[in-house]
Write a protein that binds this ligand. Structure first.
Ligand code: MRU
Length: 360
């Protein structure tokens, strides 16, 4: 995507320097800074501290992390995989990417392992971009059809999204936002309601930023505003991403997604999840009780981060120090609340029969 006038992806390999480059997402929207990953520890740190985040991007970073580790020591493949898998528990793309890496490294001689790992990681990265673009193309007819219904009554279609499922969450295009980018490109007038997505504020700091970079009209709302807007008829469709989707069609995504799906169902508003097939976990049918839900530091809730009036980075505590806090990162939206699952292979119903078809 175009970011501050430059064509950038969220991650790439710099052959000249032999390092992996990423956009440090913790600094956005105030600063667009490129960071370098030089070894396994840098890659693990980037994932755990959320310099990179979003299911597809976590997977690609892990793939490059394995290369960086094998370059240091080709004997540490299993240890490196374990360390990478331990960085974040919920997004299944991490395991998917490392499985792909392991398959491609099987039978390769020790001195060629790093080279092969780099080749495979670069391939997965290129594929991710193509897949995400295809997700957008699969979703486009849904929004075009919606526009045909609304045209004449409204001057645009209003889409609500949660968290950041955009180019920043993948290599390029994103998942939910890919559908939005393709719809805008096709000339459909759109406006996006962006949930701020407490506590990390991926909506406020990332989604609004990348939509504005692409020239797409967007408005930031607090996480609790969606239901109200739906009652007022100001939301035509919800499109979100997913960190893990079960074979039965349950969608695990950023905390708060479930409440939006409940409100959408109560107001008869279609609710779609857009995701690459690699996000479907074929080892489980039901999400609740099976998908590990990441719990993150209490500091994410007790502090807010931003820039002060002078533009300096600032961290402010908004709770008493003794306040008890639970910080769940994700929740599960049951399949019956999902209108459809938009993938690179087309749109599927959120049920086992349909999703088995997607995996074939
Ligand atoms: O905790 P994050 O920022 O990694 O969570 C990201 C999300 O929940 C996204 O919506 C999800 O990964 C879908 S991504 C394309």
């Amino acid at each position: 995507m175009m970011m501050e006038g430059k064509r950038l992806e969220s991650i790439w390999y710099d052959r000249e320097l032999d390092v992996v480059k990423i956009i440090d997402q913790n600094l956005l929207p105030h600063e667009l800074r490129i960071a370098e990953l030089k070894n396994l520890s840098d890659a693990c740190h980037a994932i755990t501290t959320m310099q990179v985040r979003g299911a597809p991007l976590i997977g690609i970073t892990a793939a490059y992390g394995l290369y960086l580790s094998l370059k240091e020591d080709p004997r540490q493949q299993q240890l490196a995989i374990k360390k990478l898998l331990d960085t974040r528990p919920t997004a299944v793309n991490l395991r998917w990417a490392l499985d792909k890496m392991q398959q491609s490294l099987s039978g390769i001689e020790s001195e060629l392992l790093a080279e092969k790992a780099l080749e495979t990681a670069c391939l997965l990265k290129e594929e991710d971009s193509v897949i995400c673009e295809a997700i957008g193309e699969s979703g486009l007819p849904i929004l075009q059809a919606l526009w045909r219904q609304k045209k004449g009554y409204q001057d645009c279609i209003n889409i609500l999204t949660h968290c950041n499922a955009g180019a920043l969450a993948a290599v390029d295009w994103g998942t939910a936002l890919s559908v939005i980018y393709k719809t805008a490109e096709a000339g459909v007038p759109i406006h996006v309601w962006v949930d701020e997505t407490r506590p990390r504020n991926q909506g406020a700091s990332l989604t609004c930023w990348e939509l504005s970079q692409a020239g797409i009209p967007n408005t930031l709302i607090v996480d609790n505003a969606g239901g109200h807007l739906m009652q007022l008829g100001q939301v035509d469709v919800c499109v979100v991403g997913s960190d893990r989707t079960t074979l039965g069609g349950d969608v695990c995504n950023k905390i708060g997604t479930y409440l939006k799906a409940l409100a959408a169902a109560a107001n008869n508003i279609p609710f779609y999840a857009a995701l690459p097939i690699s996000t479907i976990d074929s080892s489980m049918v039901t999400g609740i009780g099976s998908i590990p839900i990441e719990e993150r530091s209490a500091d994410e809730i007790s502090y807010v981060y931003g820039v002060d009036q002078e533009g300096n980075r600032s961290k402010v505590r908004i709770t008493e120090e003794r306040t008890r806090i639970k910080n769940y990162g994700f929740d599960i939206t049951p399949a019956q609340l999902i209108t459809g699952i938009i993938t690179e292979k087309g749109v599927f119903e959120a049920n086992e029969i349909s999703l088995r078809g997607a995996l074939d």
